[in-house]
Design a protein around this ligand. Sequence first.
Ligand SMILES: *[C@@H]1O[C@H](CO)[C@@H](O)[C@H](O)[C@H]1NC(C)=O
Ligand SMILES: *[C@@H]1O[C@H](CO)[C@@H](O)[C@H](O)[C@H]1NC(C)=O
Ligand SMILES: *[C@@H]1O[C@H](CO)[C@@H](O)[C@H](O)[C@H]1NC(C)=O
Length: 441
Amino acid sequence: MEVAFEYFLTLLLSALVSLSTAQYFTHRPKPHQPAFEHDPQYRELQRVYDWKNIQYGFPSEREREEVLRNGRYNPDSPIPIDIDVYYPPQGGAARHFITTPRFGQGVPYSLGYVTQVQRENGSEIQAYPSYDWHKTHGGDCNGLTSVYRVHIDACGQMWILDSGEIEFVQHCAPQVVVIDLASNQLIHRYRLPEDTFKAKVSRFVTILADIQDPPPLGVCKEAFVYMADPTSKAIVVYDVKANKSWRVENKFTYPDARFGTHTVAGESFELLDGAFALAVTPKGLGLRRHLIFHALSNELELAIPLDVLQNSTRWQRGLSSSLEEFVSLGRRGVQCAAHAVSRSGFWFCGFLEPIGIFGWNIQTPYTKANLKLLALNPKTLQFVSGMKIVTRPSDGREELWLLSNRLQRVFGGTIDYKEINYRVQRCDVDDMLQGRGCVGS
Ligand SMILES: *[C@@H]1O[C@H](CO)[C@@H](O)[C@H](O)[C@H]1NC(C)=O
Ligand SMILES: *[C@@H]1O[C@H](CO)[C@@H](O)[C@H](O)[C@H]1NC(C)=O
Ligand SMILES: *[C@@H]1O[C@H](CO)[C@@H](O)[C@H](O)[C@H]1NC(C)=O
């Protein structure tokens, strides 16, 4: 593996910050040591769903025929991007949500849940919250135009990020729509104001809602919501309580042209995308909390303190706002796509090369030695675009969920619908870190 994970000690303004990045998240007590060491063998994840092609369900056979005829459904157009999982707190079947954004025409709906119905190309999905929310393809701004990713919080609320555009035609303002999953009712909506996005350039793809009043005491009404807009190269912060949002855009949210070619399994595509993957460091570690993020087209992993991001007055000076607060954690030497952080402070990301899931304890330096290969499969882990850590209410254990989609084949036009192209896989987080394998947890 030709990966230069050289350790990177650069501080942006070293005069201002005396901590080295090596200890950036390091707490005084000795960091919790993972047990990766005892078994370096690569483990498979557990298969949950796989598809040759996305298999949509429709309200009626007549509707399916109609949209096939008028071009609003082209089976070769959809690409799944994200996965999230809802466990009803009182038990009952888990619900698995998938997004298939409207990158182009021919996508009948961009948010759905997986059903048990088996069809030719895999498990059938159905539109969520309902088909009506999606059917106008940008004609109804009270519906959903194009959903890239969602985030389900600890109160069973789904935070939906709707980019509002199809092929960069901005039909509606980008919006955050919150649905209560127990009742399937709309409980909140926020349309982004014009100064937070750039029509024809923006594409909002990633959302993370950091709840300020979590259960059991809170009700998840107060949140800071972080949204990534990689095409206009910014992160937007939305303060729910203050009904306000602002843009964070600077050299750290930008791509690095040297990482604009993405090569997966020998096939390449070009993408110069900025800030893309978002995660927050957990509460309870006794550390100042940060947003950990990276651009898709960059090798750098970065962090910014949440208290700085949350203060709108610190972002009024455009590209030069709060630059000294950004921390370069380290370099990977290769791109990784979606990421997530567990409550014990382990970061996970799907690397393009080798094609696997790497884990890193955020309380250690971001170096080659500390980036551990936890799962490796050059076939099933091709381009992990969706990744979530979900807590099971039955026993409080965390699970890593991911969706892989062979994006290089979609861009290269080499996708073969006779093969399995899209997969949802999972693993118990502790089992994965301890090298115990994933099945049976
Ligand atoms: C399965 O996918 C293929 C390839 O896109 C498509 O031609 C076919 O219509 C799909 N089958 C169903 C039942 O949707
Ligand atoms: C939030 O602010 C917008 C405009 O800035 C306003 O139109 C809207 O009514 C506000 N919403 C609430 C709940 O105060
Ligand atoms: C926000 O930042 C401004 C400017 O740096 C500072 O004066 C203010 O005290 C900060 N507010 C909070 C709540 O930290």
